[in-house]
Design a binder for this molecule. Structure first.
Ligand SMILES: [Zn+2]
Length: 237
């Protein structure tokens, strides 16, 4: 096959794959959003839900919605994949002085869920087995992950790079914003100390990176997005 035909074929495959992801991500976010709404009138601080998905990817999800009373209305959304299992966990935390106020962050929570869900699905298709998509990178070793954890290197590691870019690309598309703008917004929580996003747990997510490191991450993400998402919108182009 000629080079140009090969490139076109690859781009079409990417588009088809991304189209399937779009619909599925939308469905999963709707399920999580239902949990946010359902738990709104609960007297409990935390509510948990679980879902089973069979098509196009096979996995179980656990959703945990937590609310805390706080002067500031803020939120955190986190996703994680249970290592070597087909289980995804999604955590949503909303803090507010009273529950009527929490609406202020709904749009952001909803949009961040788009990103986080897409990110975790990417990890799911990296894993060998049922959900694997041919050509995806394999997860890095536990040892390597530990070394990068809590540093900017985690954002650009072999398996996190495609996951972050996929998630941010998805959110940018939903918000009709340039990719780099959404990426910068996301990274700013790690660069500045003015956290809009609150700590969900005292975990590895609670760390800072320098401006220079932030630049490296941003440029690496943009470069990867340009290569893998032909229709990506970069504000400086
Ligand atoms: Zn990840």
């Amino acid at each position: 096959m000629s080079n140009i035909r090969k490139i076109i074929k690859e781009q079409i495959e990417t588009l088809i794959q991304e189209g399937r992801f779009d619909k599925f991500v939308g469905d999963i976010v709707r399920d999580i959003w239902m949990c946010v709404m359902d738990s709104k009138h609960s007297r409990k601080k935390t509510e948990t839900y679980s879902f089973k998905y069979k098509e196009p990817l096979v996995f179980n999800s656990f959703v945990q919605i937590t609310r805390e009373k706080n002067d500031e209305t803020a939120y955190a959304v986190k996703g994680m994949k249970i290592v070597s299992k087909k289980i995804l966990v999604f955590l949503v935390l909303i803090t507010s002085p009273d529950r009527k106020k929490e609406q202020e962050v709904y749009n952001d929570v909803y949009m961040q869920l788009q990103s986080v869900v897409r990110h975790e699905l990417e990890h799911l298709v990296q894993q060998k087995g049922t959900n694997n998509i041919k050509g995806r990178v394999s997860p890095i070793s536990h040892k390597e992950r530990l070394e990068k954890e809590g540093t900017y290197l985690n954002f650009v590691s072999k398996d996190e790079l495609p996951a972050y870019v996929a998630g941010i690309y998805r959110r940018a598309k939903m918000e009709r914003k340039p990719f780099d703008e959404v990426a910068k917004e996301y990274l700013s929580q790690y660069i500045s100390n003015e956290n809009v996003v609150v700590d969900l747990t005292d975990d590895e997510d609670d760390f800072n990176i320098s401006d220079a490191e932030g630049e490296i991450v941003l440029n690496t993400w943009i470069e990867y997005a340009r290569k893998n998402y032909p229709s990506v919108w970069i504000s400086t182009d």
